[in-house]
Ligand binder design. Structure first.
Ligand code: BTN
Length: 268
């Protein structure tokens, strides 16, 4: 039977957290919801502080980046976390990159896998996506608010993913006999994420970029990056200080991309 979370399990998983569920920040669990993003946004509208957390067992209208759907059957971890980063924090590193890194680290800590990151923040197993991160940044009277959405196919049955995603999406169940408990995975993810977030907030976090880059098997590879308005090709050479992807172009110059879909160009 597919394991599902309940509020008591989520509270246990957050018991060592400094930020999540801190002071009067609410923690909610929903058996089914349209999208945890909508609920976290409503909580923010009603003045919820940083650290408010919404978790769902199933989402009816989960959403991904670039207006895609995020299929969300039971067995996955679907959460939205309300953050209120200051200007300095936003200038340093993308919070979504911290989220992707924390998911990869948590999968490795409690599972039997070595996840990679597909820049900027998709989490991959065996070349297919196992988790996605969404960041929705807006401003209200209290300043910036960022809702971090995290969707991880932890114990999702492969049969519950749409057949047209079989080439690009995977679940942890396809990579190990029994998945870790959702509670253990949630606790590990929150511990890793908070550690990165609080380090960057304090102006530190110098080790985060090398840790993320080490999980991106791109160095020296020819890649294509599709952006909203153009596509660039070049050799991937690293991340810059703010998490942008550095490419060496054919004419010997360098460019940095801050958002886009990366594809490795396979030799013909
Ligand atoms: C992506 O496209 O890679 C991002 C996917 C983000 C999915 C998560 S699941 C929890 C939260 N609620 C949503 O509707 N989306 C995010």
């Amino acid at each position: 039977m597919t394991e599902t979370l309940d509020l008591a399990m989520i509270r246990r998983a957050t018991s060592n957290c400094k930020l999540v569920g801190s002071s009067d920040a609410p923690i909610e669990h929903h058996a089914s919801i349209d999208s945890t993003m909508n609920r976290a946004s409503a909580l923010a509208d009603s003045g919820a502080p940083e650290g408010a957390l919404v978790v769902a067992t199933v989402q009816e209208m989960g959403r991904g980046r670039r207006e895609r759907d995020w299929v969300s059957p039971a067995g996955g971890l679907y959460l939205s976390l309300l953050l209120r980063p200051d200007e300095g924090m936003l200038r340093r590193l993308p919070v979504t990159l911290l989220g992707g890194l924390a998911v990869a680290e948590a999968l490795e800590a409690v599972g039997d896998v070595q996840p990679e990151l597909k820049w900027p923040n998709d989490v991959m197993l065996g070349g297919k996506k196992v988790a996605g991160i969404l960041g929705e940044l807006t401003k209200d009277a209290r300043g910036h608010r960022l809702i971090l959405g995290v969707g991880v196919n932890v114990a999702v049955s492969p049969a519950d993913l749409p057949p047209d995603l079989s080439e690009i999406a995977t679940t942890l169940l396809e990579h190990q006999a029994g998945p870790p408990s959702l509670e253990a995975f949630l606790a590990s993810f929150l511990e890793r994420f908070e550690s990165h977030y609080l380090a960057v907030q304090r102006g530190g976090g110098a080790t985060i970029l090398p840790m993320a880059w080490a999980r991106m098997p791109l160095f020296g590879k020819p890649i294509r990056v599709r952006m909203m308005d153009k596509t660039v090709t070049g050799i991937a050479s690293g991340l810059n200080a703010t998490g942008g992807l550095v490419l060496e172009l054919e004419d010997g110059t360098r460019t940095v991309v801050v958002a886009g879909e990366v594809e490795v160009i396979e030799p013909k």
